[in-house]
Design a protein around this ligand. Structure first.
Ligand code: WT7
Length: 636
């Protein structure tokens, strides 16, 4: 028992040491004591980072929904599992009990089966943050279908790419979604996407905004009437520990998005264990993570981790600014939220507003505050600590990735002393390593390098859907025998980690992971554009914003530059989504290139960040003369 819930620092170090020296014993005890299995594993784990092949709880059989729902029914049937808070504060919140969740998930599972979905099929879920989204995710898990949730802020072409990459058979969506005072025509986006998705045979449409939409004969069906009519019983499909649970797409620095594949048992064990510890979750707590289920944070810490612990998890449909900037705090007061988990970009945006929005509400229920998605800067950390936590609630700065499935480096609240901007210590089972430019591990403290993980943990992604080679190349080829995260990090005098940011061409904008290549591809489709390069620069609220250096086919003033800027951002919105729009667009005579013709993003990054004094030696460039001109025309 003692392994599962860490209560003080001494215990953390003891548990951590055990997890490193005897990882199999460590995870086996946790798996044995805290989950229900249909068949025990033969072997706790095996791995080969060369192939790479990673397996946890080999040959064990289980269904994750039995662990997240059924087993709680006897003791927590009437407890709220999902607390749905709608976009509009005047619409009533829904307390969905474990009993009701079981019924809805089973009904959804039966609807999926009736629509031809079988074990192993891919189901695309493109829904806003409404209860049907949670039911759909869990219903897939119930019948062994692989869910692929696509964030409902992605454009039709981004949606189509994801549907086609994994050959989804069916799409679950809604007529539309609410977002603050606006509503969005989701079904229209799906219709547009499906023009290029031959694998999709049916679309189930949840009614949310009562808009008048087109229903394609023979393909589209309204979801709720089917749900209501379906049986409330559905036997769980018995899954192998290593059967895929879901695919979730994340941007790479090049090429199309990567469909990260997570499997069943290890993911379940790790998300449940980390949820319990990182949020110090107790039975009567009301936990709220503000992320969208379209991201890994929502998968692991709105759905699976909390529900595996029998928790009450808040699901919020709206935005922090509607009807005003007090919305988050109003919800904390209303539902007496105990753990609140959000992103630095939201904190920075709210910190800009009048403090009265926070002070108006009673936030005394809060015990733990969380941050995720990007480095949290010191000012934001203090604002959060002073005004939301009133210096009483520890802040957990949780570092992890879509690929890691769960939180890897984070304080344990009331256990690990926190320091602003430090994610602090690795969780049990996590063995970080900092690497130098020559591929050697940097030992000792007060050092900085590229962050790798030396040993597998249960929830590491197992592959990229349909492209295992890319999985190996991206994560296991830079440093032999290690998982490379793509982040840089510093280790301080006591061994605390501070994540310094991406070291590749991924840029994190408002906590969204954006690869430069797909954005450049979108820009290059504009018929006036010859070439483009995107870099990030610091932004007060978004953390990073995008700066585009673009060369045109025809120079001179033949085209209106402001119109061009609008058209380019419009293209990006269509191809990726509004989150990837450029804040600054500079039309240049050329882009700095190496002799082999590679664009030197490093130089452009310095220019965009206004650090031109440290450009370094540019004399080896193919075209050093363009640098001066770009500098002169830089957009401040
Ligand atoms: C990248 C992963 C983890 C779920 C949300 C993002 C950055 C994430 C932190 C943090 C500094 C962070 C890293 C990472 N990141 N959390 N606490 N401090 N950086 O998942 O979209 O896969 O992005 O987000 O750069 O590699 P993701």
């Amino acid at each position: 028992m003692s392994n599962y819930h860490i209560k003080n620092l001494e215990e953390y170090f003891k548990v951590y040491r055990k997890s490193v020296h005897k990882p199999e014993e460590f995870w086996e005890e946790i798996a044995e004591e805290h989950f229900v299995w249909r068949q025990r594993w033969d072997n706790v784990m095996s791995f080969d980072f060369e192939k790479p092949e990673i397996k946890w709880f080999e040959n064990a059989k289980l269904n994750i929904t039995e662990n997240c729902i059924d087993r709680h029914l006897r003791t927590r049937g009437d407890k709220t599992a999902i607390l749905f808070e709608p976009n509009d504060p005047n619409e009533e919140a829904q307390h969905i009990t474990y009993k009701r969740l079981a019924e809805r998930v089973n009904q959804m599972a039966n609807v999926l089966k009736d629509n031809g979905v079988q074990k192993g099929d891919r189901v695309c879920i493109y829904l806003p943050m409404i209860p049907e989204l949670a039911f759909a995710v869990l219903a897939c898990a119930r019948i062994g279908a692989i869910h692929s949730v696509v964030f409902a802020g992605f454009s039709s072409s981004a949606l189509a790419t994801r549907i086609n990459d994994s050959d989804c058979k069916i799409v679950l969506t809604s007529d539309g979604s609410y977002r603050g005072s606006k509503s969005i025509d989701l079904k229209g986006i799906v219709d547009e996407a499906l023009k290029t998705c031959p694998s999709v045979k049916s679309v189930l449409v949840a009614k949310r905004i009562n808009s008048d939409i087109h229903m394609e004969e023979g393909r589209d069906k309204w979801l709720q009437p089917l749900l209501d009519a379906a049986s409330k019983d559905c036997e769980p499909e018995i899954m192998d520990a290593e059967d895929p649970l879901f695919i979730l797409y994340t941007s790479g620095s090049t090429g199309k998005p990567k469909g990260m594949v997570h499997t069943t048992a290890g993911y379940m064990v790790y998300t449940a264990y980390t949820f319990k510890n990182v949020f110090q979750y107790r039975e009567s707590d009301i936990y709220w993570c503000t992320a969208d289920i379209g991201w890994i944070t929502g998968h692991s810490y709105i759905i699976y981790g909390p529900l595996a612990n029998g928790a009450t998890t808040v699901m919020f449909e709206g935005v922090p600014s509607y009807p005003d900037f007090g919305r988050f705090w109003e919800i904390v007061e209303k539902h007496k939220v105990t753990q609140f988990y959000t992103a630095p970009t939201a904190i920075r945006a709210l910190a800009k507003e009048d403090l009265a929005y926070v002070e108006k509400y009673d936030l005394s229920s809060l015990k733990v505050l969380g941050s995720v998605g990007e480095p949290i800067n010191e000012e934001a950390w203090h604002w959060y600590d002073d005004n939301v936590g009133k210096k009483k609630s520890p802040i957990v700065d949780t570092w992890w990735q879509t690929e890691t499935g769960g939180i890897l480096i984070s304080p344990i609240p009331y256990v690990t002393p926190t320091i602003p901007t430090f994610a602090t210590l690795p969780l049990p089972g996590i063995q970080p390593a900092l690497m130098d430019e020559n591929g050697e591990e940097i030992k000792g403290n007060l050092v900085e390098g590229r962050l790798c993980i030396k040993f597998p943990w249960p929830s590491i992604a197992r592959t990229i859907w349909g492209n295992h080679e890319r999985y190996r190349d991206t994560y296991f080829s830079a440093y032999k025998g290690k998982y490379f995260t793509g982040d840089g990090a510093r280790r301080d005098a006591v061994g605390y980690y501070r994540i310094t940011g991406r070291v590749d061409d991924v840029i994190i904008v408002s906590g969204h992971n954006l690869g430069t290549a797909p954005i450049e591809d979108a820009i290059n489709e504009h018929n006036a554009v010859a070439e483009s390069a995107i870099v990030g620069f610091p932004h007060d609220i978004k953390g990073n914003a995008l700066y585009g250096f673009i060369t045109l086919k025809e120079t001179g003033e033949s085209r209106n530059h402001d119109n061009l800027r609008k058209e380019i951002n419009q293209l990006i919105t269509e191809q990726i989504g509004p989150i990837a729009k450029l804040d600054k667009i500079q039309f240049t005579v050329g882009l700095p290139k190496t002799r082999s013709g590679k664009i030197m993003r490093r130089i452009l990054r310095k220019i965009a960040c206004n650090e031109a004094e440290s450009l370094g030696d540019i004399s080896t460039l193919l075209n050093p003369e363009v640098v001066q001109q770009i500098l002169e025309e830089r957009i401040a």
